[in-house]
Each structure stands twice: as C-alpha cells, then as structure tokens.
Design a protein. Structure first.
Length: 547
C-alpha cells in the first residue's frame, strides 16, 4: 500500500499541476487564424511551461544527491562500526546509527527516487508538448495537443487495475515474481489499451521536420513509438532483475567468490555492473532508431512517455524495498521474534531487486528525455543560424574540433560528479564511524544510552553541504561552456554527458543491487563454503560464528 500511495500520488499530482499550468498560461496565446502564427504562439506557450520540467529535474537533482549521501553515509557507518566492529545485529537499537540508517531509506530511496522519476515524467511530457507545437496538424486539434497527458492518465487507470493481480494467492507466486509480474501485466494491458486512444485522438497524418528533413507520422507510427518505450522499459526491468536478484546465477556467482575474501567480490561486482549495460543500451538504441524514423523527435519524446506509461506501478514496486527494509529495522528495534526479521529480510531482498528495476526505468526514460531535449536544442540552433532556403541540414558536426572537445569534456562530467558524491559519502561515513566508536564504550558498559540524534545530524549536515558542488557542476557547466565556447561546444558537451552518464548509471545501480542481495544470500544460509585453508566444509548459517 505504501508503494501504491507513492506511485499514484506522484503521477496524479504531476498531471494535475501540469494541467493547471496549461490552463493558466493559455490566456497568453493570441488567437489567430493563420496557421504559422498559431504555431508560434502554441510553441511559446509550451516553452514557458517547459520550466515546470526543469524545476522538477532541478529539485530531483538535489533530492537524489542529498538523499543518496544521507542514506549511504548512515548505512555504511552503521554497518561498519556497529555490525563489524561492535558485533551488534543489524538495526540493533544499541547502534547509534540505526535510526539514521532507517531515516536514510526514506530520504534517499523514497523521496529521492520519487523526485527523480517525477522530474523524468515532467521533462518527457514538456518535451513532447514543445515538439508537438511544431506540427500544424496537432496544434489544430485540442485532443491531439493533450495526447501525452492522455497516455499518462491511461497509465494511471491501467496501474490501478494491475495492482489487483498482486493479490493472487499461490505458493508459486513468490514475492519476486509477484512484483515483477506487476510490470509485465501493466505493460501488456497498456500496449492494448493505447491503440484506440492513438487512432481516435491523433490526426491521420502529421508532419515533423528535423534538420531540414521531413518525417510523416501516422497514429500507428506514434503507437509504435509508445510501444517501443513500454517494452524497452519492461525488458530493462527484466534484465535488471536477472543481474541483481539472488535467485539467479550472476549474484550467486558473486556470493560464491566470498570464500576468497572481499577483493574478488568487488571485482566480480564491478564486472557484473559493466556487463549489465548491454541489454539496456541495446533496447534504448533500438527505441531511439525506430522512434526517430517514425516521428523524429516527437517519436523520441513519446517513447519516453511510453517507458513511463506504467510509472505508478514502477514507483509502487520501487518503494517496496525501503519500506520492507525499515519494517525489518522496526522489528529488530522492537525485539520481535526472529521469524519476523527473517520474513522482512526476504521481503527486503526482493525489494532490492525492484529498487534496481525502478532505477532502470528512471535511467532509461531520462536518456530518452535528454535526447528529445537535445534535439529541440539542435532544432532551435538550426532555426537561428540558418537563413530561409539554406540547404545545410545540421549545424552540429561531431568531427568539428569544438564539438569533439565538448564531447570529451561532457563524457568526463558524470565521472567528476560521481567522484564528488562518492567522496561525500566516504567523508560522512568516516564521521559516522568515529561517532559510533566514541559512544561504543559507554553503550557496551550500560552507562550511556545511544545518542541517535547526533548520528542523524551528521548525515543531515553532510547531505546538505556536500551536494552543493555536484549540483553546481550539473547546472553551471552547460552555461559556462555555452557562453564561453559557443553552441557547438555545448552540443558536444550535452551529447557526451548523455552517452557516458547512461553507462555509469546502469552499471553502478546494478552493481550495488547485486552486492546487497549477495549479502542477504549468504546471511540466509544458502551458501556452502569450501575453505582450502582449513581443508573442511562449513555451512554458513544465519547467526553462525563459523567462517
């Protein structure tokens, strides 16, 4: 229920606010019977409203970065100092970092992820509206103008129907399958239900122009773009589950490597993350090629909306993980029976996989949205620099030194950004470990109670102070490059950021999910370890002291 509230409220509010903005700004349009003037007025309307998407993405940036620093600093500090050094159970009330860890799950994995996907939804819808304003056939039909919003609204209804399939009672319908099939069922229903919407809402023929070339789209082609986004999202979700769930061999192979120490675990985890890029990137590449061929940049924007078409369900299963994780923490702190904690751990392991699936949706849709907005940027550059009758099709040439230099710089930015955020987590985790260690002697002797507030303050201060530099990189680097070196360098920078950022995001997300589920796989007693040093077989059981 908690995940469903997150999904339906977020998508519903996003649509409601966008509709209010459209109605509020609509009065600024000057009525005109001339098609070209009307097209310009509608384009200006949607360009004004596109600030809604930019605002959502800006807040999502700080929410995701700040929330991520908060939760990971608390998680690492509480586990290393509390579990490894002091020997306390996970989420023990005697661990001063426990409350900060549980709060971090909400800050980073609920609020942060919700803000992230809200930004993706707002940006994709605004991008579709802006691109649609260049098509005379669409702006002359009110229903066609609202088509992106109609698709998202249909997704809400489909998601509401889908949640009832989670209530099927069957022993074979495990937690992992129950959650993943929510994505499959909603995608199937959405694929069928949007057919009549496309045929009745869109004009029979639509003309889009990009870099001097005309693309003729039909309702069936637009349907193909949306379907490509829908199914790409589902395949990315399935790929993510395969690479991160401890039910499958990739994560189990990492678990088996634990007998040789932490180094092989790190190496194999990183390799798994890099390998997990193949299927998502293949899906995104195919979606981009087909959608662009069908309807130019409008097709790209609609494929992004398609990928987010079942967003309420994606958010519901994404919110499942941190809710289950916190339930386990409450069970431990409340001294409930150990069976309760075993059940919550099983739910948490499934939640780790679904959280990675949610990240996959966020990354994939963000890539498509970024490409659509990048196309809008190139289109406006063409219109500004080319005179009427100019046969040159594009002002952006990757072989131009300025463009290529910008491409190299842009490809570096995600690494710079990641380095700052990881350093921030490391610094905050060190402070957390020092604080927990300082309190340890008094807690173990029973002289003092754990000071949870101090650990919460450490994570809070770190998340607020350390997210400034990464945020400045994201916001200021395009402005700096654009103003100093011009639009060609800026185009290269944007292309570089999109290309390398996707790779880092997918690999890091799946590596983290696999490591977390590897830990739970071992703790659940599923791993038989052969120790060459001791020359005997030992079975790792939950709570066992044997290694």
């Amino acid at each position: 229920m908690g995940g469903q509230v997150l999904g339906f409220m977020l998508v519903g509010l996003a649509l409601a606010v966008l509709q209010i903005l459209i109605l509020s700004y609509k009065g600024s349009i000057v009525a005109s019977s001339i098609a070209e003037e009307q097209k310009i007025q509608v384009r200006l309307l949607f360009e004004y409203i596109s600030g809604y998407g930019l605002g959502g993405s800006t807040v999502a940036l700080f929410g995701r970065v700040g929330g991520g620093i908060y939760t990971k600093a608390a998680d690492v500090g509480a586990d290393l100092a509390g579990k490894c050094d002091l020997g306390l159970p996970e989420d023990s009330p005697l661990n001063p970092g426990t409350i900060a860890d549980n709060v971090g799950d909400n800050v980073g994995d609920i609020a942060g992820m919700g803000a992230d996907l809200f930004g993706s939804l707002a940006e994709s819808t605004c991008a579709a509206l802006v691109v649609s304003s260049t098509c005379t056939e669409i702006i002359t039909m009110t229903d066609a103008v609202y088509f992106p919003l109609i698709i998202t609204g249909t997704g809400i209804l489909i998601s509401f129907v889908t949640i009832w399939f989670a209530k099927i009672d069957s022993a074979a319908y495990t937690v992992d399958k129950r959650l993943f099939w929510q994505i499959v069922i909603s995608t199937l229903l959405m694929t069928v239900c949007i057919i009549p919407i496309c045929l009745t809402t869109l004009p029979e023929e639509m003309k889009f122009t990009f870099s001097g070339e005309a693309y003729i789209a039909t309702p069936w082609k637009i349907y193909g773009c949306i379907a490509m986004g829908l199914w790409s999202g589902m395949i990315i979700g399935g790929s993510t589950e395969y690479y991160t769930s401890n039910k499958y061999s990739p994560t189990q192979e990492i678990a088996k490597s634990t007998i040789y120490g932490p180094a092989p675990v790190i190496i194999k985890g990183l390799a798994l993350g890099y390998l997990s890029n193949i299927i998502p990137i293949f899906c995104l590449s195919a979606t981009i090629l087909v959608s662009f061929q069908f309807a130019a940049m409008y097709g790209i924007a609609m494929s992004a909306i398609g990928m987010l078409g079942v967003l309420p369900i994606a958010l519901a299963i994404d919110g499942y993980g941190p809710i289950a994780d916190n339930a386990g923490g409450i069970a431990e702190m409340s001294f409930l029976h150990e069976n309760v904690r075993e059940n919550t751990d099983e739910l948490d392991a499934a939640g780790n996989t679904t959280a990675a699936i949610g990240k996959g949706f966020a990354i994939g849709s963000a890539a498509l949205v970024a490409l659509a907005l990048f196309g809008a940027f190139v289109t406006r550059v063409d219109a500004f620099y080319h005179t009427e009758g100019d046969t040159k099709k594009s002002t952006i040439d990757i072989l131009h030194p300025m463009v290529f230099a910008g491409l190299m710089f842009g490809a570096m930015l995600p690494y710079w950004f990641s380095a700052l955020t990881m350093s921030a987590v490391g610094d905050a985790a060190e402070q957390m470990i020092e604080e927990i260690t300082r309190q340890a002697e008094g807690i173990v002797s029973g002289q003092n109670e754990p000071d949870h507030a101090r650990c919460i303050a450490i994570s809070t201060e770190a998340s607020l102070n350390k997210m400034i530099a990464p945020g400045c990189i994201v916001i200021l680097s395009p402005l700096f490059v654009g103003f100093i070196f011009g639009y060609k360098a800026l185009a290269g920078l944007l292309a570089g950021v999109i290309t390398s950022g996707i790779q880092i995001a997918f690999s890091a997300s799946n590596t983290g999910g696999a490591w977390d589920n590897c830990k739970k796989y071992v703790e659940a007693g599923n791993l038989e370890i052969h120790s060459k040093k001791l020359d005997k077989m030992v079975v790792v059981k939950k709570g066992s002291s044997e290694h």
